[in-house]
Structure formats: C-alpha cells, structure tokens
Design a protein around this ligand. Structure first.
Ligand code: ZN
Length: 102
C-alpha cells in the first residue's frame, strides 16, 4: 500500500515553474477510437482455414500472464494554475491510496 498526497508540487511545462497540482489516479488506459492493427489481424485470423501466422501458436500459459502481482500506476496531475494535465508514471505497487493531507 502506497499513500500518495492529493496535492503535490511538480514542475508544470506550461507555467515553466513548480506549481501545486491535484493528483488523480487513472485506472486502465483509454483506447483510441477503432481497433489497433494487432486486434484487426487477430480477428481476421480467427476465421477460415490456413496458416494463421503467429496466431497458429498456442496462447501463453496463464502462469506466465500472472507472474507479476503488482501494476504500474498512472497518475494524472492537474495544474491548479493553468488546468493542464500531465501523466506521471509511478513505480510498480500492489495498491495505491490517495490521501488528503489537510
Ligand atoms: Zn501550469
């Protein structure tokens, strides 16, 4: 468990100085509209016959998928002065809690 203050001072590229920023924990990445190339290839290869390239291989085992128990944390820092938002990647932790300091 890592406790992160709800307000922290960080460098703002727009203000070109350190400002107070509001911290928000973003869960999961947002996808762009439509599907990425890999997903389209996978969908095409799922149907029909013939060699399916790398999709002919067996899927990697579940044990390999879940070898890590922690996840990297994406924090959104919003500048209180100019309201622009920056993403700060936090090292791997099991869980994160945002704590109000005052
Ligand atoms: Zn700013």
């Amino acid at each position: 468990m890592v406790k992160i203050p709800a307000k922290m001072r960080a460098y703002c590229k727009k203000c070109k100085k350190h400002t107070t920023m509001t911290v928000r924990h973003e869960k999961g990445g947002r996808r762009g509209s439509g599907l990425v190339k890999g997903t389209r290839n996978q969908q095409r290869n799922k149907r029909g016959s013939g060699n399916k390239g790398k999709y002919s291989k067996k899927a990697i085992s579940q044990a390999k998928m879940s070898s890590k128990t922690s996840q990297k944390v994406d924090l959104r820092l919003t500048c209180d002065v100019c309201k622009s938002t920056w993403v700060k990647t936090y090292p791997r932790t099991r869980s994160v809690e945002i704590v109000k300091t005052h």
